[in-house]
Design a protein around this ligand. Structure first.
Ligand SMILES: [Zn+2]
Ligand SMILES: [Zn+2]
Length: 471
């Protein structure tokens, strides 16, 4: 099979305004709703049996060996435009080559970090179909075929990607003999794609389109570190969609996602306001200290005391214990016996320092990824809400907004503090590693804040393991 009607890309360039001149075989995508740019390219490439050196000439896009092609095509506007110009077709297919329509939240996280590397449904691939849906973190199952989405050859575990770039190989045809593409199926089309894929994705896209105006993602880790069930619960994917695009049972992933809801008392509102005001000074990268409002002092001290009390007596010096259990603290009498005299220089700044207005926290102990999420989920987010351009106007925000954002910020900060204490203590106290729940274990947060009519209504939070380099 070759190019129809003597088409050459050269002609296409010359007569852009009068397209379509002729189309590449397989580029008529009316029966392939919501096809991705990668899918369109792969399909044309396979139907024309385009060798590597011809791919650039006919498709207009060039790649290097280690490029993540689906991701590059999804994120690079120039490449999408080039490909669209070469493939031709209806303008509406170009819309779903972008990532944005597929996201159920707005965010400042870069698009490339939101989607996975190449994943395919082996059944869809047979007829040359691929959609950005397969790259979303909450999807690990093809909703219309029920098949598991794969990122490698199920038979030999080779990654899928190099098959596209290698000169002697063709995309979706594994050297082990497994061919994920079938010419006959690609020509005849797959009725379940024409019907079910169209209907399912239409309802998904309608949900995402509305959700995007009401949710905001703040992430200190990659969404790809979540399994599909956790990601689905975090994003609050409706149950009917979640159960069909995930291999997990309906209730899976629920236990790991923390849900923060608004408080109703005026006292909680005041505490929340104090906390949010204090967070304005929270440094994200540099070393600095912040004032901790009196209402939070007990919680911070309890974090440190909770760890100290699990360790054997005489692990710490008296000087360190005095900072963790100051004389005016209700826990003072529980102070375990310590070693005489000295104190660790590194531990000096770990406990909160007393100040006339509350306490002072040295933020060095809190991981910068966590600090950046606290910042993103409080001040960066409040600046997006109306009437909250600066500090004093916080008081004009409704009670729900203030209490949810403060609850999320507190949760992040206290967890970050507990984690930081364990990491620093772990350098001095080897027995900490014998405590399964308290051994130093760096984690990073991902949160989604939900709004309705510019008021925050709840927040979902999950922690994921930090990359090994940080451990
Ligand atoms: Zn499928
Ligand atoms: Zn294989």
């Amino acid at each position: 099979m070759t190019i129809t009607q003597g088409y050459t890309p050269h002609q296409a360039h010359q007569s852009e305004s009068s397209l379509p001149v002729a189309m590449l075989v397989g580029s008529n995508l009316c029966r392939y709703p919501y096809m991705s740019a990668y899918g369109a390219m792969m399909r044309v490439c396979r139907l024309h049996v385009l060798p590597r050196e011809m791919r650039f000439r006919y498709l207009g896009v060039r790649f290097n060996r280690h490029d993540d092609i689906p991701k590059m095509l999804a994120t690079s506007g120039a490449r999408k435009d080039q490909l669209f110009r070469h493939i031709g077709g209806d303008e509406s297919i170009r819309t779903y080559w972008d990532i944005e329509p597929w996201l159920p939240f707005s965010t400042s996280v870069s698009e490339a970090d939101l989607i996975t590397p190449l994943r395919i449904c082996p059944c869809c691939s047979r007829s040359g179909y691929h959609t950005i849906l397969f790259h979303l973190p909450w999807v690990d199952r093809c909703p219309w075929h029920g098949a598991r989405i794969v990122d490698q050859c199920p038979s030999c575990s080779r990654p899928l990607l190099p098959q596209f770039i290698d000169a002697d190989l063709v995309p979706h045809d594994c050297p082990c003999g497994v061919n994920f593409f079938d010419v006959k199926s690609a020509i005849h089309g797959d009725p379940s794609i024409d019907h079910h894929a169209r209907a399912w994705q239409a309802s998904y896209l309608a949900w995402a389109n509305e959700a995007r105006t009401q949710r905001y993602l703040v992430a200190g880790a990659s969404l790809q570190d979540l399994d599909a069930a956790e990601a689905g619960v975090l994003a609050d994917l409706p149950l009917n969609l979640r159960t069909t695009c995930s291999m997990h049972a309906a209730g899976a992933g629920k236990g790991r996602v923390q849900v923060l809801r608004p408080a109703t008392s005026a006292a909680a509102g005041q505490t929340a306001t104090d906390f949010l005001l204090a967070m304005k000074a929270l440094p994200v990268t540099e070393r600095a200290a912040i004032n901790v409002p009196p209402s939070l002092l007990r919680s911070f001290r309890a974090v440190a005391q909770n760890i100290v009390e699990k360790l054997p007596a005489r692990t710490f010096f008296e000087g360190d214990l005095l900072r963790i259990y100051p004389p005016d603290d209700p826990g003072h009498r529980r102070r375990p016996p310590g070693l005489p005299h000295r104190q660790h220089a590194e531990l000096t700044f770990l406990p909160l320092l007393q100040s006339p207005t509350g306490g002072v926290l040295d933020c060095t102990s809190i991981d910068k990824h966590i600090r950046s999420v606290v910042r993103g989920a409080t001040w960066d987010l409040m600046e997006k809400l109306p009437h909250a351009q600066d500090g004093p106007i916080i008081r004009d925000l409704d009670l729900g907004t203030r209490t949810v954002l403060a609850a999320l910020g507190k949760r992040l900060l206290l967890h970050g503090y507990a984690q930081g204490i364990r990491i620093i203590l772990g350098r001095h106290v080897a027995t900490l590693y014998d405590l399964p729940r308290d051994r130093p274990r760096p984690r990073r947060p991902i949160a989604i804040v939900f709004t309705s009519r510019d008021q925050v209504t709840k927040a979902n939070l999950i922690w994921v393991k930090a990359p090994a380099a940080d451990a």
